[in-house]
Design a protein around this ligand. Structure first.
Ligand SMILES: CC(C)(COP(=O)(O)OP(=O)(O)OC[C@H]1O[C@@H](n2cnc3c(N)ncnc32)[C@H](O)[C@@H]1OP(=O)(O)O)[C@@H](O)C(=O)NCCC(=O)NCCS
Length: 438
């Protein structure tokens, strides 16, 4: 766990993916830049001689090519004709079969929810596990132009029990000046009892095959583990909204020389938002929000290329899923600022008093007239009004400009960003990244 040097008392555990490198080989990462930390971790895996039997065979940046300036940025392999794409699914071990998960079907949705609720990402100490809700999964998996065939499950033939899952959704992602059709790959999960049997590589190959069948040749994904080779590494920061509960469930610790009542006071927020014209986003706001967001995202090296349909899907508020607010100028009625966060609870494992941690995750934020820290403070107030326990944000985009000021503390979770079949030679600083994957 990284001990905070910010106004936050104590460290924070990230209820998400953690790097799986042996932690006792590392001094705490605090103080190092992300680039230094990443380079050290990659060096470590080289020193440790970590082989990636699967990933070494895939068109991804390889560790051995780090620093090779002769390799061009862009696609690693060219597309092949559709007729050359393998037409039938990859073979699974005999007891298992492929299934396409129809997320419109209530029972399938329940099964996917159940698999993830019990087997998806946990923190290193198994205190928390992501608990994506059914509404969230239906939203995340059905954006404009989605392909049902990309929602892939594995069942036990004999019992039909769902034991593994992987998904893709289509997206346009810009890398420098190149807008690329991609799949965003997410929700890779293998039942706990079936781990380490090399099922994940088969699932990754199968989703890749189905993506190729749609004439799409690139993908974006994130992981808490180091694979060949991240385009950037971002860290989660956490802003306590309900510090007493967070300490009770061991999400955070009481800081040195701090009492509970001083801690509660430190994190207290005003009852209502402060920016005049701050309100919830509505359907009629889609065009101006799209304009605002497109202009803002053009600043980053890697970012989604959102159109109005994307904005309507990804950013229009949905209860218990996505929360979006904007500032409408009281004088001109122009939409000048925008902020959003999604709802991703975690199950609290084995605590006598609490079962669910209600977490908000910062999504896309744009400030043009309001200072970004003030806008984000209003987002914190809105989250507190909705009874969230914690507000999480990556140090991507311009987030570093408000994290410390708003009393976020660094967590112990790092999130590595990857592209499939697209080389970005020099890597990015988190502040050059304008992409948030769910
Ligand atoms: C991630 C998970 C599906 C991997 O399955 P597993 O049974 O542990 O591993 P397998 O034996 O099937 O496969 C191992 C291969 O998958 C790769 N792999 C493991 N996790 C991966 C990930 N998150 N993304 C991509 N590849 C991954 C490994 O690096 C290894 O390949 P390599 O030899 O080239 O390094 C499984 O551990 C799991 O369900 N964990 C909980 C949920 C989770 O963390 N999901 C990923 C969220 S990013």
């Amino acid at each position: 766990m990284v001990v905070s040097d910010s106004p936050s008392p104590g460290g924070h555990r990230t209820p998400g993916p953690d790097p799986k490198l042996p932690s006792d080989t590392h001094p705490p990462l605090g103080g190092a830049t992300e680039a230094e930390a990443l380079s050290r971790q990659v060096q470590d895996s080289l020193v440790l001689g970590t082989r990636h039997r699967f990933w070494e065979t895939q068109p991804v940046g390889q560790f051995k090519d780090l620093g090779d300036t002769s390799l061009p940025d862009g696609p690693i392999e060219p597309p092949t004709p559709r007729s050359d794409v393998k037409q039938d699914p990859y073979n699974l071990p005999a007891p298992y079969e492929w299934t396409t998960c129809d997320m419109d079907d209530e029972q399938t949705c329940d099964e996917v929810y159940g698999l993830l609720a019990l087997n998806y990402v946990e923190d290193d100490d198994s205190l928390f596990r992501f608990n994506y809700t059914k509404e969230f999964l239906c939203w995340a998996l059905r954006p404009p132009g989605y392909f049902k065939a990309w929602h892939i499950g594995v069942r036990v033939k004999a019992t039909k029990k769902l034991v593994a899952f992987i998904t893709g959704v289509p997206a346009r992602i810009r890398i420098r000046d190149d807008v690329v059709r991609m799949a965003e790959i997410n929700f890779l999960c293998v039942h706990k009892k079936l781990r380490s049997k090399r099922l994940a590589p088969v699932m990754i190959k199968e989703v890749t095959r189905r993506v190729h069948l749609e004439n799409i040749w690139q993908a974006a994904y994130t992981a808490g583990v180091i694979l060949p080779t991240p385009i950037t590494t971002s860290r989660y920061w956490h802003r306590s909204l309900n510090p007493k509960k967070l300490i009770d469930v061991q999400f955070s610790r009481l800081g040195a020389r701090m009492t509970m009542s001083r801690t509660i006071k430190l994190y207290k927020l005003p009852e209502s938002t402060v920016t005049p014209g701050f309100r919830k986003m509505e359907l009629r706001d889609v065009p101006p929000v799209t304009r605002l967001l497109r202009k803002y995202l053009s600043k980053f090296v890697v970012a989604p290329d959102f159109d109005e349909d994307d904005v309507e899907h990804w950013l229009l508020p949905r209860e218990n899923v996505i929360n979006s607010y904007l500032v409408e100028s009281p004088e001109t009625h122009d939409i000048t600022d925008f902020c959003s966060f999604y709802t991703l609870p975690s199950s609290i494992l084995n605590n006598p008093n609490y079962t669910v941690l209600k977490s908000a995750y910062s999504y896309y934020n744009v400030a043009t007239a309001t200072p970004l820290p003030q806008l984000m403070n209003d987002a914190l107030i809105a989250a507190k009004q909705q009874d969230f326990d914690v507000f999480n944000a990556l140090d991507a985009m311009e987030n570093e400009t408000f994290l410390k000021e708003l009393k976020f503390g660094p967590g112990d979770g790092h999130l590595h960003y990857y592209l499939y079949n697209y080389r970005v030679r020099n890597g990015l600083k988190p502040s050059e990244l304008g992409l948030v994957l769910l």
